[in-house]
Ligand binder design. Structure first.
Ligand code: SAH
Ligand code: SF4
Ligand code: F3S
Length: 437
């Protein structure tokens, strides 16, 4: 049996697609392993959202090249995912030792590509047609055994001016609601305790289906499925965050009380240049409404610093929103130029040193907010999903609250994948500590 290793970079969508690739290959009699040195075929599932993501891939490709040479070239190297979709043939022109390039919209062709390369004289196989069809809905499995993700939409129509995703993932396509419900039921029956709904803009779910299906209805239907499990989703777009979605989250027992609400920038002027479709004031009002209607909700966000034309004053608007909204956590990035996007063509690109300095100030402020938010948990009893032993100490279990806080406590490993109650005794910026109730 041929051995395949898959290395995953990028976001949850790639994690989801790697699980599908794994299933696809197992269905075609491949053994999926971890160790790249022992693999006959290695696939990199790549990301290209920022320049750093691409650099990481180049590093790994260099390592694979060495391994392949040591094996007398008896190893197939494949690249899939967003970077493969973006680069296409270019990748093979640059790195002749790559055998297969498959865009993220063509992963169904992966077994055929491996067959073609091993059983024919073909030097390279490239599939990067934008097919705009949905990837196959395979019954994938997720390594951890308790958390499964389901893609509910593919692609994105928003064209935020900094972002490459709409170019590499194509137009927005929703998965029919009955399919999502069926898949959720299957995962819950298999014992998964957490279903993560994925899309570039989950709350525009259904707009392309013309069947009246929308994100609020989807959450409502999934909440009715029997069994003890949590429903999470990422990411919604602030512009499309309707009241009915807020209400469904508030009243649905299974939907966790955490909302990832990407801000990107605090200045209305910059938000306009980014094509985000909301103002600073509208965003703050939305965040306040969510907090008011969903008591105890945890808000998290994505922020970019150093977008073209961002002044110190614009940046202060970003800090101001962070201070007002008091996020539990934030993913913070320096703006990274992606060729083909509108922002890459803008004058007024910001110096790297200024970007670094702003990022550091933002991180400092966010750390304070996270610490304060963690503090609130002290003395409380919280329901958590146990994820497994903690990384540092095998005697200690790592778990997560519905609000996505990491909770460490002493307990038996058999508790993995179950819900328990923990009393919080100590809090740090990123981690809560407690004892089993
Ligand atoms: N569709 C999702 C996620 C997009 S990618 C959403 O809109 O929320 C994840 C994050 O990467 C974005 O939210 C943004 O903050 C960041 N990002 C995207 N393109 C970027 C770029 N060119 N430079 C820096 N950060 C970027
Ligand atoms: Fe990119 Fe904007 Fe679409 Fe998110 S919503 S994927 S940031 S274009
Ligand atoms: Fe995700 Fe990176 Fe593609 S963030 S959508 S894997 S470009």
């Amino acid at each position: 049996m041929k051995k395949v290793a898959i290395l995953t970079y990028g976001c949850q969508m790639n994690v989801n697609e790697s699980a599908k690739i794994k299933k696809l290959l197992e269905n075609n009699s491949y053994e999926v392993i971890e160790d790249i040195k022992n693999a006959d075929v290695v696939f990199l599932n790549t990301c290209t959202v920022r320049e750093g993501a691409a650099t990481q891939i180049f590093g790994k490709l260099g390592e694979l090249k060495n391994i392949k040479e040591k094996k007398d070239n008896k190893m197939v190297i494949g690249v899939t995912g967003c970077f493969a979709q973006e680069q296409g043939e270019e990748l093979i022109n640059k790195f002749n030792y790559i055998d297969i390039v498959i865009g993220n919209q063509n992963i169904a062709k992966l077994p055929k590509a491996i067959e073609d390369i091993t059983n024919s004289d073909l030097k390279h196989v490239i599939f990067t047609n934008n097919e705009d069809e949905l990837p196959p809905s395979l019954e994938a499995d997720f390594e951890n055994g308790f958390s499964a993700s389901i893609a509910i939409t593919y692609g994105c129509n928003n064209f935020c001016t900094y972002c490459i995703v709409p170019y590499v993932r194509g137009r927005e396509r929703s998965v029919p609601m009955d399919e999502i419900i069926e898949e959720t039921k299957k995962f819950v029956n298999k014992g998964y305790k957490e279903i993560l709904l994925l899309g570039q803009n989950v709350n525009s779910y259904g707009k392309d289906l013309n069947s009246g299906e929308n994100f609020a209805k989807l959450l409502e239907e999934l909440n009715k499925i029997e069994g003890e499990f949590w429903i999470r989703f990422t990411s919604p777009h602030p512009r499309d965050f309707t009241d009915d979605v807020i209400n469904v989250i508030a009243k649905s027992e299974k939907v966790t009380k955490s909302v990832h609400l990407p801000l990107q920038a605090g200045s209305t002027r910059i938000l306009n240049l980014m094509n985000r479709g909301y103002t600073k004031e509208e965003y703050i009002a939305l965040a306040n409404k969510i907090k008011e209607k969903i008591p105890g909700v945890a808000l998290t966000t994505d922020i970019i610093v150093g977008f073209p034309y961002e002044t110190e004053e614009d940046f202060l608007d970003t800090l101001d929103v962070v201070e007002k909204v008091k996020y539990d956590n934030a993913f913070m990035f320096m703006y990274s130029k992606r060729s083909g996007t509108k922002a890459a063509e803008m004058d007024g690109q910001i110096d790297d040193n200024i970007k670094k300095e702003r990022l550091q100030r933002l991180i400092n402020l966010q750390n304070e907010c996270s610490k304060k938010n963690s503090n609130i948990y002290k003395g409380k009893i919280v329901k958590v999903l146990v994820e497994g032993p903690s990384k540092k100490n095998k005697q200690v279990l790592s778990s997560r609250t519905g609000t996505n806080k990491v909770v460490l406590f002493e307990g038996n490993i058999n508790l993995k994948g179950t819900f328990v109650n923990v009393e919080i005794t100590e809090t740090k910026t990123w981690t809560l500590y407690g004892k089993l109730v």
